[in-house]
Write a protein that binds this ligand. Structure first.
Ligand SMILES: [Zn+2]
Length: 314
């Protein structure tokens, strides 16, 4: 058995070196589902990330998938300029992010899987596989997938199957976008049917549906749950999210949780004149969480859980 590593855009590192991790964020993104909210300026990303690093952030899992404007070369620049570890994504989002006739909608499952495996093993395609451009030296370290609100569409199922193939060939974890926290059990059922062990599945955005009993039940299957909307006051106050995390820790599921900010729109960044900004996790939310659940439990979530969740075989 080979040693486990976390694959960052600057190369593989020992999982123990990852440190405090924002397990779901975006540095560069554009989507037809989010008109006017695209962001891909390297200078502003460096400014935003630099401030977060000064607040104690060590690593960012950048989960912009294929077709949404991934920028592997700029992710390398951000990592080099700030010292933050960046884990980049391959894989695909839910249907809403792909216009009609996009190749991602039309590709058969074997091509979808082949491009995932290439991104993970050889290097990421710099232009979302739209051109013949040579691969970037940065490899992806996580596979993204996505489902719709209350259902998994046939095309989303195809992409989840492709994600499972990519996982079986590389051991990379699969991080799945849930729409408002729905379909958690169905996603786990589908992926485990395709040969993915539950502890290699990360479900994102479950905090959009802050249902403690449901979360404890899903986590008990062995899945990692990701809470990634601290500071998104339009959804609910942070106090409710603190209650939820406290409840999960008390339910014995503290080792099944990850935290992130999921800044997926230009308006969420300080560097673009908005907020809460990338400093929010370490500077604002984590101090409140430490008061609530204690230093040890917080370190477990930010550091140990992330190191375990994003490790893969060399
Ligand atoms: Zn996201």
């Amino acid at each position: 058995m080979t040693e486990a590593v976390v694959v960052t855009v600057l190369g593989p590192i020992a999982p123990a070196l990852l440190g405090a991790t924002d397990a779901h964020d975006h540095l560069f993104l554009r989507s037809p589902a989010l008109p006017g909210q695209d962001f891909d300026d390297a200078g502003r990303a460096i400014e935003e990330v630099g401030d977060a690093v000064r607040g104690g952030l060590h690593a960012i899992v950048e989960v912009t998938p294929i077709g949404l404007g991934r920028r592997p070369d700029r992710m390398r620049s951000v990592s080099e300029a700030t010292g933050v570890h960046v884990v980049a994504a391959t894989g695909y989002h839910r249907d809403a992010h792909y216009p009609q006739n996009h190749w991602v909608r039309e590709a058969p499952v074997d091509l979808l899987a082949k491009r995932i495996v290439t991104d993970l093993k050889e290097g990421m395609h710099p232009e979302d596989w739209l051109t013949e451009a040579p691969l970037d030296p940065a490899r992806a370290g996580v596979i993204k997938a996505g489902a719709s609100y209350q259902h998994i569409s046939p095309l989303e199922e195809r992409r989840l199957v492709a994600a499972a193939i990519g996982h079986r060939e590389t051991g990379a974890p699969i991080l799945v976008h849930t729409e408002i926290g729905t379909c958690a059990h169905q996603i786990v059922d589908l992926l485990t049917r395709e040969g993915v062990r539950p502890n290699r599945i990360i479900l994102a955005h479950l905090d959009r549906n802050p249902d403690l009993e449901l979360h404890a039940e899903v986590a008990a299957r062995g899945v990692m749950l990701e809470y990634d909307t601290p500071g998104r006051i339009k959804y609910r106050p942070d106090s409710q999210l603190l209650d939820l995390i406290d409840g999960m820790v008390n339910a014995g599921q503290g080792d099944r949780m990850l935290l992130g900010l999921d800044l997926g729109q230009r308006d969420y960044f300080r560097a673009y004149g908005g907020g809460p900004g990338l400093t929010y996790l370490m500077d604002t939310f984590v101090p409140r969480l430490r008061t609530r659940i204690g230093d040890e439990a917080v370190q477990g979530i930010l550091v140990a859980n992330a190191a375990r969740a994003f490790a893969m075989p060399t």
